[in-house]
Design a protein around this ligand. Structure first.
Ligand code: ADP
Ligand code: MG
Length: 299
């Protein structure tokens, strides 16, 4: 597996504020990575440092195993970290032609990339006539002109309508399926779940999780319970092998599971121990709730 980007113990401070805190992670070729975290968690700062537009305070980052100069490495990267900035009165084609000139890319690439993002029919329309979603797709076409190894996007669907969001997300998956590695920052769990294979979860600049999206949050759920003798029930729960923690609130007892268990199997255990339940419900937090717990801002 070849490595595209390695970040090691990266820290960025602004005065007293630590925007990125001792962050390490690795981006390997061929995956779709998300940097997920609430607003202000350090996503854009991390991308800015890796792209040489923000100075790091300490730590390291290395592109493509460190065999290339940063200047050479940046030629193999396509990135959109700011609002797309094109000339409003120039056509889509002419705007991209200008990018080709600046980056020394053959003009023949333009139609190929416009087709990929679904804008070939609109190549002679002025940029200012485009919807926000089309502008974003043009920016993606522009970032792909040099056939980069990795495409970096910061909050790629921000401000778009549902249709625009859908188009951008399927475009990202489409680009990834053709072999381009993708790194995107998002504050939306839903987006990362839909688009990414791997995720780095940030809170206040610190990494909470790194790994496959489908292993990000594993919860086996919890029982909501009531009995005539809650004290006895709590004692039983504390001794039960599947229960990790117990909370009591307004006569309702919440018992968290560390492995899957059916309500009926649990009811049987209680019955065998001589405990009769007047209330038993098995619940599972939604991913959204679990994510909020994972990233809840601690004071
Ligand atoms: P995110 O992209 O996750 O929303 P940012 O990386 O933009 O987060 O910001 C992380 C933290 O750093 C925030 O608290 C933000 O206010 C602060 N920050 C970002 N850029 C600057 C700057 N140029 N000067 C001072 N503070 C900044
Ligand atoms: Mg940001």
């Amino acid at each position: 597996m070849s490595t595209i980007l390695t970040i090691t113990n990266l820290t960025k401070t602004y005065g007293k504020l630590t925007a990125v805190n001792n962050l390490s992670f690795t981006i390997n070729k061929g995956n779709v990575y998300g940097i997920l975290g609430p607003n202000g968690s350090g996503k854009s700062t991390t991308l800015g440092i890796a792209l040489n537009v923000v100075n790091k305070t300490s730590g390291e980052f290395k592109w493509f195993n460190g065999n290339l100069s940063t200047h050479e490495a940046l030629k193999k990267i396509g990135a959109i970290i700011e609002r797309p900035n094109f000339y409003p009165y120039m056509t889509a084609y002419k705007n991209l032609k200008l990018v080709c000139k600046i980056k020394d890319i053959p003009e023949q690439k333009i139609d190929e990339k416009l087709e990929l993002v679904g804008l070939l029919e609109r190549k002679h329309s002025k940029f200012k006539t485009f919807s926000l979603g089309m502008k974003q797709r043009l920016a993606i076409a522009s970032a792909l002109l040099n056939d980069p190894e990795i495409l970096i996007l910061d909050e790629p669907t921000n401000g778009l309508d549902p249709q625009g969001i859908h188009q951008i997300r399927s475009l990202i998956k489409d680009i990834a399926s053709k072999g381009t590695t993708i790194l995107l920052a998002s504050h939306l769990l839903d987006e990362v779940e839909k688009v990414c294979s791997h995720v780095v979860v940030l809170r206040k600049g610190e990494k909470l999780y790194e790994g496959p999206v489908d292993q990000m949050i594993t919860s086996n759920g919890f029982f909501e319970l009531k009995s005539d003798n809650n004290a006895e029930l709590i004692k039983f729960l504390n001794d039960h092998k599947n229960i990790t923690s117990v909370k009591e609130n307004d006569q309702i007892i919440t018992a968290f599971l560390d492995q899957p268990m059916s309500a009926s199997a649990f009811n049987q255990d209680c019955f065998n121990a001589g405990i009769r339940l007047s209330h038993l419900v098995l619940r599972k937090e939604s991913l959204e709730e679990q994510f909020l717990q994972l990233t809840v801002q601690l004071n």
